[in-house]
Design a protein around this ligand. Structure first.
Ligand code: HEC
Ligand code: HEC
Ligand code: HEC
Ligand code: HEC
Ligand code: HEC
Length: 373
């Protein structure tokens, strides 16, 4: 094509008076959206438009962005492929679909296929967020940047995070590829954010999670974030205990994300453990007629919402000593089975404690709020 143009121009200059031919120009195709390069649901890998090591390998970025890289390296994003909770589930049923979010770039997947997992081990790495069409992407550019980035103000917006954090149940083929996506959400983090009081925050998810200075993206695996998310209070109304769990600090349901995430509330007295009171905060599903699943039970806490558990002290058994303290525990569980059998346990904790309290019945403060209806 180029050659043809040059010849035509040469012919023109030889013919002197002939006007330069105008080449039929195809209408410029609109560029694909810079950031969202695949349909919702992770059916395809994330194409970043390059396999160049200086762009796709996070170790290269670390030489200039040391602080960000160190923080990212401890995040669940960096651990998205290697962490024991993911690998336990993936190894049980290795499906190509899973890889599209946990090691999302084609170059990572090609490496895995060739037995080289170095890039896949970087999980959700710098380039999976920051490289598109072979260029760095960011919300803004800074003086002194060597990059010539694509500047897109939607970078880091809820819609951007939704590429991995919002999707419906898939129908998978025998070999684990997506045949189609169904109606009901499997992960609904962005949905519950958009329905809640933080939807209008200009910084979106970054109000609480990430920024140019923060690449930790703490969530359920971060004790500080869990503490910030929930307020757990108990009080005594006559012969009953009231335990109130409030989502005071998360912009979406708690817990959210993976279908297995749940919390267990337990109230008991040590000498009569069989009279334990248990509350479950999580989701249950049933098969749906479109081949996906539908949520049949949802006791997760929407942002700003409180859940009250009323427990009769007498129902907690009859210890020999009526003053025996009452225990309260709220645990956040990452997998379906809180107490996996040793041969089946992930190589990291399956659960983490949010709150532990212990007090004699008379030492628990009387309730001041109006009673639950
Ligand atoms: C999960 C997606 C994600 C990953 C992974 C990620 N970043 Fe970021 N990065 C962001 C977001 C979001 C921002 C903040 C954008 C804003 O402030 O509006 C950001 C900001 C930055 C900035 C500052 C840009 C500015 O606006 O001033 C740099 C530099 C940066 N990231 C480098 C890196 C490097 C290096 C890595 C890998 C070690 C990395 N990022 C991994 C999402 C990501
Ligand atoms: C040779 C040093 C160097 C390397 C290597 C490097 N960066 Fe940068 N980068 C900079 C400098 C300098 C800036 C501008 C100041 C700042 O934000 O730190 C910058 C800025 C950025 C920004 C903000 C947008 C902009 O252009 O101002 C992003 C995003 C970013 N880098 C990502 C990356 C990623 C991802 C990698 C690895 C693929 C990487 N950088 C590798 C030096 C580097
Ligand atoms: C390329 C896919 C992808 C994108 C884009 C992405 N994430 Fe993630 N994110 C993941 C995966 C996968 C995990 C879970 C890793 C694991 O634990 O296995 C995760 C984990 C997290 C966690 C930590 C969860 C925990 O359990 O502690 C937070 C918080 C988070 N992401 C926030 C964000 C926000 C905010 C954005 C948008 C700025 C974003 N992510 C963009 C894939 C992505
Ligand atoms: C008002 C603050 C706030 C906003 C806004 C917010 N989050 Fe969170 N997020 C939290 C807190 C606190 C936690 C820890 C509680 C938890 O893990 O459930 C958390 C946890 C998470 C987790 C881990 C999920 C889990 O069950 O452990 C993910 C993933 C996440 N956030 C993604 C997002 C995304 C994506 C957005 C935007 C759509 C967002 N967050 C907006 C505060 C916020
Ligand atoms: C569309 C993107 C996407 C796909 C596809 C996907 N995941 Fe995830 N996965 C995520 C995100 C995002 C999180 C983080 C959830 C959170 O913390 O809220 C996650 C979290 C997890 C976790 C919890 C990890 C932890 O640290 O607690 C497991 C286990 C998991 N995924 C397994 C799988 C398996 C197995 C598959 C394939 C059957 C799969 N995922 C497919 C996006 C995806």
């Amino acid at each position: 094509m180029r050659g043809a143009v040059i010849i035509a121009l040469a012919a023109c200059s030889a013919a002197c008076s002939a006007p330069a031919p105008t080449l039929p120009s195809a209408p410029a195709a609109p560029p694909p959206p810079a950031l969202l390069v695949r349909p919702s649901g992770g059916a395809d890998p994330i194409s970043v438009g390059t396999d160049a090591p200086e762009l796709v390998d996070a170790t290269g970025c670390a030489s200039c962005h040391a602080a960000i890289s160190a923080e990212w390296a401890r995040s669940r994003h960096a651990l998205a492929w290697t962490n024991g909770i993911f690998q336990r589930e993936y190894q049980a049923q290795p499906r190509p679909w899973c890889v599209n979010c946990h090691a999302p770039m084609p170059v990572q997947q090609a490496g895995l296929a060739a037995g080289d997992h170095a890039l896949a081990d970087q999980g959700v790495s710098c380039a999976t967020c920051h490289v598109r069409r072979g260029r760095i992407v960011a919300a803004r550019t800074s003086p002194g940047s060597p990059h010539d980035p694509i500047v897109d103000p939607t970078f880091g917006s809820p819609a951007f995070c939704a590429d991995c954090h919002q999707f419906t149940f898939p129908v998978l083929s025998r070999d684990g590829e997506v045949e189609r996506m169904t109606r009901h959400p499997m992960q609904d983090t962005v949905g519950s954010f958009l329905r809640g009081p933080y939807a209008a925050e200009p910084a979106g998810c970054l109000t609480c999670h990430g920024s140019a200075q923060n690449h930790a993206y703490g969530g359920g695996h971060d004790p500080g974030m869990l503490e910030a998310a929930l307020d757990v209070a108990w009080c005594r109304r006559g012969d009953q205990l009231e335990v109130t769990i409030t989502n005071t600090g998360a912009g979406h349901a708690v817990p959210t994300g993976d279908v297995h995430r749940h919390m267990n509330l337990r109230v008991w007295r040590s000498s009569v453990p069989e009279a334990l009171y248990e509350g479950f905060l999580g989701r249950r599903f049933a098969p749906d007629d479109d081949g996906g699943k539908v949520t049949t039970w949802d006791s997760t806490l929407a942002p700003g919402k409180a859940q009250r558990h009323v427990v009769a002290i007498a129902a907690l058994g009859e210890p020999d000593d009526p003053a025996e303290p009452i225990n309260l525990a709220l645990d956040y569980v990452f997998i379906a089975d809180e107490f996996p059998r040793p041969h089946d346990a992930p190589d990291e904790p399956a659960a983490t404690s949010v709150v532990r309290q212990r007090a004699a019945p008379d030492a628990i403060a009387p309730c001041t709020s109006p009673p639950a209806r």
